[in-house]
Design a protein around this ligand. Structure first.
Ligand code: NAD
Length: 503
């Protein structure tokens, strides 16, 4: 029996094949446990369980209030188990215990509560005023799609799972979630909470397994009605293709290369904090990281030395230590990607002004190759590959500019458009720039502030649709318009008669 089993139809089960894979702590490369490895057959089982729960179960027919009660209960249970979830998340992903404790667990519970509120407050039926065809009456019903699958990335496994299952369930759909293989365990643990909350079997299913088999099934299967995917732009394109077979709606949250613009009137202390936190939080393994800092030429030298000075003080160590600002990257392969991009940066730009290697002097037992120092390349051209391609590691490109127009042009010269920042002492000037940025979120004198109440998503190749906010709930429902002619006599027949002629 696997240590972490698949959660299908309300029960924990092994994969049909009996296969497992080992999940490890990336700081030490020590095994954490064996995870059941779902393939297409297990994905089909999970989809079938969700299908039955939707077609025959009470879930889609419950009131919003009833569904909200379950989601609030799940949030309560997540909070009651906060320490256990935070530790598992940090150990499995390499993200710090600080991040897991203050962002992942409360963020997940917060999202569940927000969507519970949406289920309560957003109308399921809306009577429409007036009529274009009197005496007809018109109303719109907002109905769930059915089975919604959610495929999530390695960087925020618990949070992303909650962002997917929360709105799906709140709107009356049933759900199958698949986390990334490096970081499967906290999403699988959500099944325990579902059992304790007495969620009807099949409403929530969680499977772990490879994207190429289990993931593809979740995107392509004809019994699936909607797919939500968060991950790389490359896999996002594949998801669209797979979903097109049965014309499923897709929500895609994809990659980014966001610009954080530092104007000449910025408070440099605050701006440095926004740039460093905006880039290096979670080792840059955040989709909307501000990995391109556009800095006004008049403050460039002073600001750069501030960045370098502070970057050197970032504490790297075990992710389970509350004093660590950064732990390891999620896996050796991700650290290798960072090393490759830093080598490319050395060719394209020259020596980085800080970082550019693994940290020295880590505690015994920590695998140095899986850690990387915050790295800053200065004087980067926006055309360089390190400024255009998503590295997903602790690497910042600093790019100089002279005018606000130039900053906007550089920021927008990217295939992506997910996040971004403007650091300025003049809020009106900053907002004027924000309004011109082709991106889904802009933080002024801040960074990374995401909350369930506000929409989040990408422009251009950073995605389709929005998660969170009211938009992130509505995207899980479809509108049905019902037009009723209340008259059975000739007076109500006149529109038909007028338009249909002799038909
Ligand atoms: P990934 O695209 O490699 O994998 C994401 C998920 O898709 C995993 O669960 C994986 O198993 C699955 N998958 C892989 N191939 C698949 C296929 N052919 N069919 C179906 N599923 C498949 O991404 P990752 O490496 O886990 O995460 C990093 C990426 O995620 C970055 O590009 C980052 O920008 C992006 N991301 C975006 C957001 C956002 O909100 N826009 C948030 C977090 C991460």
């Amino acid at each position: 029996m696997a240590d972490y089993q698949l959660f299908i139809g309300g029960e924990y089960v092994d994969a049909e094949s009996g296969e497992t894979f080992t999940t490890t702590d990336p700081a030490t490369e020590q095994p954490i446990g064996e995870v059941a490895k779902a393939d297409r057959v297990d994905a089909q089982k999970a989809i079938a369980a969700a299908r039955t729960a939707f077609d025959e179960g009470p879930w889609p027919n419950m009131s919003g209030e009833e569904r909200a009660g379950y989601l609030d209960k799940l949030a309560d249970l997540l909070e009651a188990n906060a320490e256990r979830f935070a530790e598992a998340e940090a150990r499995d992903s390499g993200g710090t215990i600080k991040k897991a404790t203050f962002a992942d667990v409360p963020g997940g519970a917060g999202a569940l509560r927000w969507f519970a509120r949406m289920a309560r407050e957003r109308p399921q039926v809306e009577q429409l005023e007036g009529s274009p065809f009197p005496p007809s009456e018109n109303y719109v019903r907002y109905e769930p799609y059915g089975v919604c699958t959610g495929i999530v990335p390695f960087n925020f496994p618990l949070l992303m799972a909650c962002w997917k299952l929360g709105p799906a369930l709140a709107a009356g759909n049933t759900s199958v979630i698949k986390p990334a293989s490096y970081t499967s365990i906290t999403a699988l643990m959500l099944g325990e909470l579902a059992q304790e909350a007495d969620l009807p079997p099949g409403v929530l299913n969680v499977i772990a397994g490879p994207g190429g088999t289990a993931g593809e099934e979740l995107a392509a299967n004809e019994s699936v009605d909607k797919v939500a995917f968060t991950g790389s732009t490359e896999v996002g394109r594949r998801i669209m293709q797979l979903a097109s077979g049965t014309v499923k709606p897709v929500t895609l949250e994809l990659g980014g290369k966001s610009a954080n613009i530092v104007l000449d009137d910025a408070d440099l202390d605050i701006a440095a904090a926004a740039v460093l936190f905006g880039t290096f939080f979670h080792n840059g393994q955040v989709c909307e990281s501000g990995t391109r800092a556009l800095v006004h030429k008049s403050i460039y030298d002073e600001f750069l030395s501030l960045l370098v000075d502070r970057a050197g003080k970032i504490v790297i160590g075990s992710q389970l230590d509350f004093n660590s600002d950064l732990g390891p990257l999620v896996a050796r392969s991700q650290a290798d990607t960072v090393r490759r991009y830093v080598a490319l940066g050395r060719e394209e730009v020259g020596e980085p002004v800080c970082g550019g290697s693994e940290p020295e002097g880590l505690a015994d037992g920590l695998v140095t190759e899986n850690f990387y120092r915050p790295t800053i390349f200065a004087g980067v051209s926006n055309e360089a590959r390190i400024a255009q391609e998503e590295i997903f590691g602790p690497v910042l490109c600093v790019i100089p500019f002279e005018t606000d127009d130039e900053a906007v042009a550089i920021a927008n010269a990217s295939i992506y458009g997910l996040g971004g920042g403007v650091q300025s002492g003049n809020v009106e000037r900053a907002q004027a720039i924000a309004d011109r940025l082709q991106t889904g979120t802009v933080w002024i004198n801040d960074y990374h502030m995401i909350s369930p109440e506000r929409p989040f998503g990408g422009y251009k190749q950073s995605g389709i649709g929005r998660e969170l906010g009211t938009a992130g709930f509505d995207i899980y429902r479809q509108a049905k318009h019902v037009h009723t002619n209340p008259s059975t006599g000739r007076d109500g027949y006149m529109h038909l008669a007028a338009l249909s002629g002799n038909i």
